[in-house]
Design a protein around this ligand. Structure first.
Ligand SMILES: [Zn+2]
Length: 262
């Protein structure tokens, strides 16, 4: 969801190649919550025959076809599928894509990835950074060769994300942003789960941390001014919000209230 403290980028985004190893296939599921749609990332070492797909996206025939045709154009086959987290807009198509390609599916829960584990796919190396907060199972992938962080919904290409309380947790989320801020000092590209690829990860991470602190301060002030429940806090802190985002704002507000209560 978007936040008014961070300038919302209106850079158009339709996916495509963003770096030597990363190509995005944009899923046709745009909405206020999913922005331009889910980004399905195909990563392959230059000249390799096998590819890693991160976040297959929704179970949608046209999207699965678009993934196959991108893979065909790249002259690779998908051998591994990994998820940044198990929300349906990222994971729903995983089983069908695996069935069609014979790829194995790695996820953070279920068949868990070890902390700091690296995925190796035909010469491509991607490190796994645990980044819970948006959801409990969130991970970020770091492709060192392209200096690219694939952040799922932990950091988006526009606006800010929802802390999907109670599965999501603000304390975890702030720790994850700090971890990413450290990782971002070496990164040149941020490849999010929704919205455009961004080219200054360190600046984006700093803005995200500042935004969260500012929101927490707004919530404290709303409570001091007499707001008595999450709805009343949302009315004050997220005044003028698109009604389609109210549920998300309520989740983030519950996460903020739980954090302040601890
Ligand atoms: Zn998402």
């Amino acid at each position: 969801m978007s936040g008014r403290l961070i300038p919302v980028s209106d850079r158009p985004w339709s996916g495509g190649r963003v770096s030597p190893r990363a190509v995005c296939v944009l899923a046709p599921n745009a909405s206020p919550m999913t922005l331009d749609g889910t980004n399905t990332w195909i990563l392959a070492e230059p000249g390799a025959h096998e590819a890693l797909v991160i976040d297959p996206g929704p179970l949608d025939e046209s999207h699965l076809t678009a993934i196959s045709s991108a893979v065909h154009d790249l002259d690779v086959k998908i051998s591994v599928i990994a998820l940044t987290h198990d929300h349906i807009d990222h994971s729903e198509g995983a089983a069908e894509l695996a069935k069609r390609t014979g790829a194995s599916v790695l996820a953070w829960r279920g068949r868990t990835l070890a902390r700091s584990e690296s995925l190796l796919v035909d010469g491509l190396e991607v490190e796994v950074l645990p980044t819970p907060g948006h959801s409990a199972d969130g991970v970020t992938f770091y492709c060192r060769a392209d200096a690219a962080l694939l952040t799922g919904d932990t950091v988006l290409g526009r606006g800010t994300t929802v802390v999907a309380w109670p599965d999501g947790n603000l304390s975890d989320y702030l720790d994850s942003l700090q971890l990413l801020r450290d990782a971002a000092s070496n990164a040149r590209l941020l490849l999010p789960g929704h919205g455009p690829a961004l080219d200054d990860p360190a600046r984006i991470l700093t803005e995200y941390v500042e935004h969260r602190q500012a929101r927490l301060q707004q919530v404290r002030e709303a409570l001091t001014a007499g707001a008595r429940n999450p709805d009343e806090v949302v009315d004050v802190v997220y005044a003028g919000l698109d009604p389609a985002l109210r549920e998300a704002a309520l989740l983030s507000t519950r996460a903020q209230l739980a954090y302040l209560a601890d």
